[in-house]
Design a protein around this ligand. Sequence first.
Ligand code: 6PG
Length: 472
Amino acid sequence: MNNQQYEFGMVGLGVMGRNLMLNIADHDFSVIGLDLDPLKAEAVEEEAGKDKPVRGTISTEEFVKSIRKPRAIMLLVPAGKAVDGAIATLLPLLEPGDIVIDGGNSYFPDTERRVEELASKGVHFFGMGVSGGEQGARFGPSMMPGGNREAYERLRPIFEAIAAKVDGEPCVEYLGSGSAGNYVKMVHNGIEYGIMQLIAETYDLLKRGVGLSDDELQAVFQDWNQTEVQSFLIEITGEILAKVDDETGERLVTMISDRARSKGTGKWTSQNAMDLQVPVPTIDMAVLMRDMSKYKEDRVEAANALPNAGLSAPIEMEKQALIDQLRSAFYFAMISTYAQGLAQLTVASKEYNYGLQLQDVAKIWRGGCIIRAACLADIRQAYTEKPQLANLLLDASIGEDLMDRQQDMRAIVKLAIDKGIPMPAYMASLAYFDAFRTETLPTNLIQAQRDYFGAHTYERTDKLGTFHTVWS
Ligand code: 6PG
C-alpha cells in the first residue's frame, strides 16, 4: 500500500474525472483517483506520467486512507443513484470534518437530502456545478460550489488553481449554503438552453428566411464572434457551420437529425421557476422546442398539409444591414435570457436561504463555462454596483442599451412572423421585456374573470381590502 498522503481524491475516472485529475496535478497538487475499472485507474497514472503526483486505485480503503485529513473527495459519477452508491461506499470510512463534493449535474433537492444525511456524521457535502466539458475539465472549468463556508477553505486553493481564469481571476467562488452550487449550475444550463435556441432560430432565419449559403452562414457567426455577442456558443456555432461531412461533402450540420435530446437540467430550471413563480419564458421556449423537435413524423405531415407560403415573401432590406439588425436583436434576446435566469436566482436565493451574491455568479460565468460571453463583464458590473438589483433590466446602462436595440428586435420578430419561421425564443425574450416594463398589465381583467366565475375575490387600486362582486 502506498503511504503518500494525497491532497485530493477523485471518484469516477471517466472523461471529466480523469481530466480534472490531470488539471489538479498540473498545478502541483497530489491527487488519487478511485474507479472500479482497473483499466481506468491505470490509464490516469499513465497519462499523467511519472513526474506527476497522480495515483489510480480500485481499492476504496486505500483511496480513503491515502488522502490528507480533513479529506477532500470529489465524485464525478452520473447524477442520481450512482452518487448515492458512491456515498454509501465511502461513508463508513470517512471521519468528521471530511468533505465530499458532487461535481455532477445533480438535482438540487437530492443535494439538500445528501447535505443533511452526511451532516449527521459530521461530514460536509458540497454540490458543485462544473461547466466546460472535457476541455474545461482539463484546462480550466468554471466551478459553482455550494456547501459549508468554513469547509470551503480546505478546497479553495485547489479549485482556484484549476479553474479557468479571466483577467487573472479564477472562475470559481464559494456561492452559498446547501444546494446553492447545483442550483446555480441548473440555472446556468437553463440559460444555456435559451441561448442555444436563440442561435438555432438565428440560423433558421438566415438560412431559410434570407437564403444564405453555407459559406455565408459560417462567416456570419465567425464575424459575430468579434463583436458584442462574442461568446463560447457563437464561437462553436461558427466552427460547427464550417465542418464538412467526410461522407457526403455536405456541411455536417445539415446531415444531423433535428430531434434534440436533453438530460433534464433545462426542464428542471423551467419547472422550478414555475414553482417559485418566476417567469423565464425564453428558457421555457427552449425546452418546448426540444420537445417539438421530437414529433418528426407529425411535422413532416404538417409541412405538406400546411405549406408555408410566407417563406417566399420578399425582403426589402439590404442583406448586410439585415444581418447587422439580427445581431443587435440577438444581443437583446441574450441579455433578456440572462436577466430571466438571474431573476430566478434572486428569488431562489431568498426562498432557499442560499445567500447568493449575483456579482460572484456573473464573475465565475465569464470564463470556462458554456454560457461564457463578453456581456458577462457588464452583467457583473451591474450587480457589483447594486448587489440587490431586482432585475438586470433595471440596470441603467443595460436598460439604455436594450432601449436602443428594441426596434431591431421588433423588426426581426416581424420578419419571422411574415416568413412563418418559428422564433419563439426571440419572441419570448421581447415579450419578457415588454411585460416587465408595463406598469399595468391586463391581469386586472383576469382577476375580474376569476371573481366572476369562481368568487375568487380581487384587490382594488384605490383602497385596501379584498372584494367580491355579483357580476351578472
Ligand atoms: C456544461 C454543460 C453540461 C452538459 C449539459 C447538456 O455546463 O458543461 O451544461 O453540463 O453538456 O448537461 O445538457 P443537455 O443534455 O440537457 O442538453
